[in-house]
Ligand binder design. Sequence first.
Ligand SMILES: [Zn+2]
Length: 214
Amino acid sequence: MLMKKERELIVEYGKKMLASGLTRGTGGNLSIYDHESELMAISPSGIPYEQTNIEDIVVMNLDGMIVEGTKTPSSEHAMHAIVYKHRKDVGGMIHVHSTFATTVSCLNEELPAIDYLVAFAKGKSVKCAPYASFGTPELAENAVKTMGDQNAVLLSNHGMNCVAHNLQTAFAIAEQLEFCAELYVRARAIGTPVILPGDEMDRMLVRFANYGQK
Ligand SMILES: [Zn+2]
C-alpha cells in the first residue's frame, strides 16, 4: 500500500476536523503531498469521516491521475494539487467549511489582524479569493493565486484553505484562524474592531516564522 502513514494521518485528522467543528457532514477535505515520490494522498469524496478507512484514501499524482485507490477522490483534488505544484514548502493542506471563517468569506472581505494569531497565516491578514463553483479549475486557480506565499486563504461564500509543511500544522493553523474569525465576527457585531498595527504584526510574523515541529 502506497503512503500508508500519510493515509493514517488523513483518517485521523478527518475525524479531528469534524470533532473540532471545523467542518460538518462530509464537507471539507485533507491531503498530504510527498515531494520525493510526487504523490498526493487525499480524502475520498462523500464518505463520512467517522467511516473513512485508510483503504478509502486516494493516492494521486498532481496531474489528477489516480495511482492507487478504488474510491473517487475529493471533488477539490485539483485545488490541493495546484498548491503542491506551486509551493515546495507545503506538505499538507486542509480545506474546511468552518462557520466563522466562512461567515467572513461571505462578505468577500479579508480577515484582518484582529488578534496576533492571524500571523499563523504568514501574513498580516488572510485574503479572500474570488468566488468560483466548488470543484472547478477556476476555484483552484483563484485560491492558489490569492494565497500566494501565505499559509491560508478564504474562499468567497465557501470556506477556508490552510497549508503548512505538514498536515498537523495545517490543521493547527485552521483551528487558530477559525478562532480569529470568530473574534472578528463577534467584534463587528458589537462595534468597530481595533485591528493590530502593521509594525506589531511584522514582529509577530518573525515570531511565528518558525512555528510548528520540524
Ligand atoms: Zn468546500
